[in-house]
Design a protein around this ligand. Structure first.
Ligand code: NAD
Length: 294
């Protein structure tokens, strides 16, 4: 008999991921803190608590904001680990701390279950289209068991190592994206204030070694100053916090990550935490007294 899939956390990412699983024919038991979000999921059985999800599921997926929520849902009162079946598999697809992931994996093991960390990149569009990149930490055997589900939700699915390493790779991804947005912002403001059209700067840089996906995917947002998310500043700030903590844990220096972390902090304090992370451009513009293209 096919595994019943529990799905907890039906936000921007979780809802379309769960919808794709249902569409592919999987039985899904859903829970969200705001119950209406679970009820909106056509074809799913709604559970009252994370514990109740676990009692009815063989594989339990979580897609929650941050470490404290994942800890609460898995190890808290009426949490997944209170109801988890022997041999069940917990798959956390949220972006959280690798250290917290390892602690939760130990707790799952004490209950006769096991855990994979499987954070994603590709944003809301990737979640809707089922084209996410999924980086997975855990045992090979557990990875193979969940692979058919990952292949419904994602396009590039990679087993990167033991538990926690999926989160480490995701932190590395978030460093590169943040620092690239920052570099593109500096290049745009320098060129534009000196009199070159921002479109031309992106066209020229995009054709050489400086070319990158931020220039393609965030092009319109940056040129038009239309910063509806997308991926929110506050979530990227959270992710750089995870990267910096991991750097401290493993003894790695991340000097420029620390600077860009503070720039996201500044944006949050200016009330722009809900904007797309490409709004980092506005900080360089304001500090330089120049809006690109003006
Ligand atoms: P979101 O805030 O839209 O969704 C989180 C959901 O979890 C919400 O429905 C919320 O009601 C629910 N929730 C929160 N606390 C809960 C609790 N204690 N119990 C049960 N449900 C609870 O966030 P999102 O954008 O879907 O992001 C989810 C995760 O995916 C985050 O870790 C984020 O960093 C990561 N991520 C997001 C994107 C993106 O583009 N949005 C891309 C890659 C990775």
């Amino acid at each position: 008999m096919a595994d019943t899939v529990g799905f907890i956390g039906l936000g921007i990412m979780g809802k379309p991921m769960a919808e794709n699983l249902i569409e592919a024919g999987h039985d899904v038991v859903a829970y969200n803190r705001t119950r209406e979000k679970a009820e909106e999921l056509d074809g799913a059985t709604v559970a009252e608590t994370p514990k109740a999800v676990a009692e009815q599921s063989d594989i339990i997926i979580t897609m929650l904001p941050d470490s404290p929520q994942v800890e609460e849902v898995l190890a808290g009162e009426d949490g997944v680990l209170e109801g988890v079946k022997e041999g069940a598999l917990v798959v956390d697809m949220s972006t959280i701390s690798p250290v917290v992931t390892e602690e939760l994996a130990d707790k799952a093991q004490e209950r006769g279950a096991s855990m994979l960390d499987a954070p994603v990149s590709g944003g809301d569009v990737g979640a809707i289209d089922g084209t996410l990149s999924i980086m997975v930490g855990g045992s090979e055997e557990d990875f193979e068991r969940v692979l058919p589900l990952f292949e419904v939700m994602g396009k590039t699915v990679t087993h990167v190592g033991p538990v926690g390493t999926g989160q480490v790779v995701k932190a590395a991804n978030q460093i590169v994206v943040a620092l690239t947005i920052e570099a593109v912002s500096e290049a745009l403001v320098l060129g534009s204030k000196a009199g070159v059209s921002p479109e031309k700067i992106l066209d020229v840089l995009g054709g050489g070694l400086a070319g990158n996906k931020v220039m393609e995917i965030k092009r319109e947002k940056m040129l038009d100053h239309s910063f509806d998310p997308g991926f929110r500043v506050e979530l990227h700030h959270k992710d750089l916090g995870i990267a910096l903590a991991a750097g401290r844990e493993y003894g790695v220096t991340l000097p420029v990550t620390a600077v860009v972390d503070q720039m996201f902090e500044t944006l949050k304090m200016l009330g722009r935490g809900g904007q797309d992370h490409s709004a980092l451009l506005t900080l360089i513009e304001e500090a330089s007294g120049h809006e690109i293209g003006s």
